[in-house]
Design a protein around this ligand. Structure first.
Ligand code: GLY
Length: 353
């Protein structure tokens, strides 16, 4: 699988234009959604290669990341005469880069895609690394493929259109990247004040964060080994997220991941010796910025069951990624139900819920 190029932009329009001018293609198509078209497209509409490009505008929202939307994209590509030599530019959050990536992977057995993420979550995670897909049969990302884009253009100017909750949601993945990589990355992530929002400094932190993901994906593109490091915080985080949907009080993915990081750091401390003082530091940071996730002990069986259904499990065993320290990743850790319950108690005690 070829590697994607990632550009942390200083001047998005000219970098994009230069890149497109260096490519040979017959037609260029743009995929975006209703919100992004209004708030973010103005930042790129001056790019000359975009002047005559057909723009497909999908309804915004993860519930629209399904087969019906995918069929619409295939239909437009086909009716507009897209060939194997065409380009599809995905401009938007993870919903657009996931679905556009999958449309690109499947149309005529694969056309080249370019991702321009417009949310922090997509910039540091969804748009990078080649996972593409759609939701199906009530399950998130049930159908998909590994299909890296040709290039990802990241520009934190887009992030000015995001509210604080969505910034925090993406920032949880940056906390994860800090924890799984090195003390330098971890320290810079822990020192950033999300409320001050210095966008140019955030751009450099995003660069570091994406480099962590790129390194891991280059080593293990199809998640057979070390790419599982990127699942840190997500086994319990996904269960929190699904519980919030079942209770009809949905929380953002990254907020669930932040809560999952707390519980999984507790497991890391108990089972792999992750240092207590760093655990306290992360809890302090997450408490300072993120809302607490409310649940009680009557939810424990549901949470456990949700964890057993995580598609990353193998042979019915809940498969955790834990840490022995910052940057010391231990994949394929099995954990008893008793310890998982303790980690849920630990979250509730730490956050007073
Ligand atoms: N979001 C985790 C991964 O790309 O592997």
């Amino acid at each position: 699988m070829s590697e994607q190029k990632v550009v942390i932009c200083k001047d998005l329009k000219s970098e994009l234009q230069d890149f497109l001018s260096s490519l040979k293609y017959d037609k260029l198509f743009i995929l975006t959604d209703t919100n992004t078209k209004e708030k973010c497209f103005p930042l790129v509409e001056g790019v000359s290669a975009f002047q005559k490009a057909p723009i497909f505008v999908m309804e915004a929202g993860d519930m629209n990341k399904g087969l019906a939307s995918l069929i619409q994209i295939w239909t437009i590509l086909s009716n507009e005469g897209a060939s194997r030599n065409s380009l599809l530019v995905n401009l938007g959050g993870g919903m657009i880069t996931d679905m556009g990536g999958f449309a690109g992977a499947t149309f005529k057995r694969g056309i080249r895609t370019i991702n321009i993420p417009t949310t922090l979550m997509a910039s540091v995670d969804a748009a990078v690394g080649g996972k593409t897909g759609i939701n199906f049969n009530g399950l998130k990302n049930e159908i998909g493929s590994f299909y890296p884009p040709l290039c990802v253009f990241i520009d934190c100017e887009f992030l000015r259109t995001l509210d604080r909750d969505n910034i925090l949601s993406g920032y949880a993945e940056m906390i994860k990247h800090g924890l799984i990589s090195s003390i330098e990355n971890y320290t810079s992530v822990m020192l950033y004040d999300v409320d001050t929002m210095n966008y140019s400094y955030l751009n450099s932190l995003v660069g570091q964060s994406v480099a962590v993901k790129e390194r891991i994906v280059a080593e293990d593109p199809k998640e057979q080994g070390i790419r599982k490091a990127l699942n840190f915080g997500h086994t319990i985080g996904h269960a929190f997220e699904s519980l919030s949907f079942r209770k009809e009080r949905p929380i953002l993915h990254g907020h669930a991941v932040a809560a999952g990081i707390v519980s999984e750091l507790y497991l890391s401390h108990k089972l792999c010796g992750f240092p207590m003082e760093k655990l306290s530091q992360v809890i302090y940071y997450i408490k300072e910025y993120y809302p607490a996730f409310f649940f009680d002990c009557t939810d424990y069986d549901t949470l456990y069951e949700l964890m057993t259904h995580d598609k990353k499990n193998e042979g019915g065993i809940i498969n955790f990624t834990l840490l022995g320290n910052v940057g010391d990743v231990r994949i394929n850790q099995s954990v008893t139900k008793e310890k998982i319950v303790e980690s849920l108690d630990f979250y509730r005690e730490s956050f007073g819920v």
